[in-house]
Design a protein around this ligand. Structure first.
Ligand SMILES: NC(=O)c1ccc[n+]([C@@H]2O[C@H](COP(=O)([O-])OP(=O)(O)OC[C@H]3O[C@@H](n4cnc5c(N)ncnc54)[C@H](O)[C@@H]3O)[C@@H](O)[C@H]2O)c1
Length: 345
């Protein structure tokens, strides 16, 4: 497996990309491990889990809440997990976010690690150290930074991922290419057939390019005070769409990226040809769903973004394919661009 190291001020996290997640037992201590997973993952992969107690949550976003964290903490106590313990999350972004959050607060913090099972979590959620749970209607409002000791990203696990989840993750991969790696963008353009059939060799290369980029960004800006903001490309409109339309995260981000690319074009930051390449790629993977947020609701939806400060947001623009910059604009400007760019009825 390829090893990519993320170093921050007080931690080192190894991201292992390649086939063979079952070797995870070699990386674990002999005792004190609790495995957190969801019911889908357990059904498919449970028989290959290392021999430690397993705690399952219901699949999906509804498990990312404090009540679930509280109940899991009680189960860890009962199982005798103490300060030397380690929580191993095996699952997608929901399981990794929950495992990281729980490990951050249980006994004032214990170790954690992940086997990252969805494409979205392999290219984004499980690396970087952010975790969080939702409050009613507001995503990831409670959370913190905690680097996992290691993360395994095995492309073979993606074979069992439902179609919609796979493409939702692909949108986040395209996001990484757009903000930081023009070679990755070309790679995704040129390997359409292989990526669509989930070729593990090609996927390993994509995941590794994405993790390398994220590692560089996180190493420079662990706590999201500057550079790391560019990882939110497509998310201003994306979150609005997620709330309004209940699209899967990646599809909402894809629509948000098309808009943000159009916004960048309108400011002369990218060329029309680049904009067309971007929308062409998103379309070719079936990622562009229609959306029509009413004019009187878009401002309110953007205001709900937790990245907002006062009436301003850090909006991420493209400065070419593979380069991004976050700029403060008003919520009003972002809403006006959305309204302007809607097709005439
Ligand atoms: N912490 C971060 O930096 C960060 C970044 C991006 C997203 N996130 C979070 O990640 C979450 C979304 O992650 P997700 O899309 O992985 O969602 P998820 O964990 O809910 O997984 C999606 C679905 O796919 C199933 N699944 C996952 N891997 C599978 C596999 N290999 N085979 C079969 N089924 C599988 C799950 O059981 C679930 O039903 C959101 O809560 C989001 O807020 C966090």
């Amino acid at each position: 497996m390829e090893k990519i190291v993320i170093k921050t001020s007080d931690s080192v996290s190894d991201i292992l990309v390649g086939e063979g997640w079952e070797m995870v037992h070699e990386l674990l201590p002999e005792s004190g491990v609790a495995i957190l997973t969801d019911e889908n993952i357990y059904r498919i992969y449970g028989d290959k889990f290392p021999g430690f107690p397993v705690f399952q949550v219901r699949p999906g976003e509804s498990s990312k809440k404090l009540r679930v964290v509280e109940s899991l903490a009680g189960e860890l106590l009962e199982a005798g997990i103490d300060r030397d313990g380690l929580i191993l999350g095996i699952g997608g972004g929901v399981v990794c976010d929950l495992a990281g959050f729980l490990a951050s607060i249980y006994m004032r913090g214990i170790r954690c690690a992940y086997v990252s099972a969805s494409l979205l979590s392999q290219v984004d959620a499980s690396t970087g150290g952010k975790n969080g749970v939702n409050l009613e209607g507001a995503k990831n409002v409670l959370g913190c930074f905690k680097q996992p000791e290691f993360v395994i990203c095995d492309p073979l696990m993606l074979e069992t991922l439902p179609e919609e989840e796979y493409y939702s993750g692909l949108a986040e991969l395209i996001k990484t290419a757009l903000i930081g790696d023009s070679k990755l963008f070309e790679f995704i353009e040129n390997n359409h057939a292989g990526i669509s059939r989930r070729d593990p060799g090609l996927l390993s290369m994509c995941i590794s390019m994405a993790v390398n980029f994220k590692a560089a960004v996180v190493t420079e800006d662990e706590k999201e005070t500057g550079l790391r903001r560019i990882l939110n490309f497509g998310h201003t409109y994306g979150h609005a769409m997620e709330m309004f339309k209940s699209y899967r995260h990646g599809y909402a981000v894809a629509a948000g990226m098309e808009l943000a690319s159009g916004f960048s074009l309108s400011r002369g930051m990218i060329t029309r040809e680049e904009h067309e390449r971007i929308t062409g790629l998103l379309k070719s993977y079936g990622l562009l769903l229609s959306h029509d947020i009413p004019d009187d609701q878009i401002t309110q939806l953007i205001m709900k973004d937790k990245k907002k400060s006062g009436n301003d947001i850090n909006f991420v623009f493209l400065n070419g394919i593979g380069k991004a910059v976050a700029e403060k604009i008003t919520v009003k400007e972002a809403a006006e661009f959305y309204i302007r760019s809607k097709p005439a009825k």
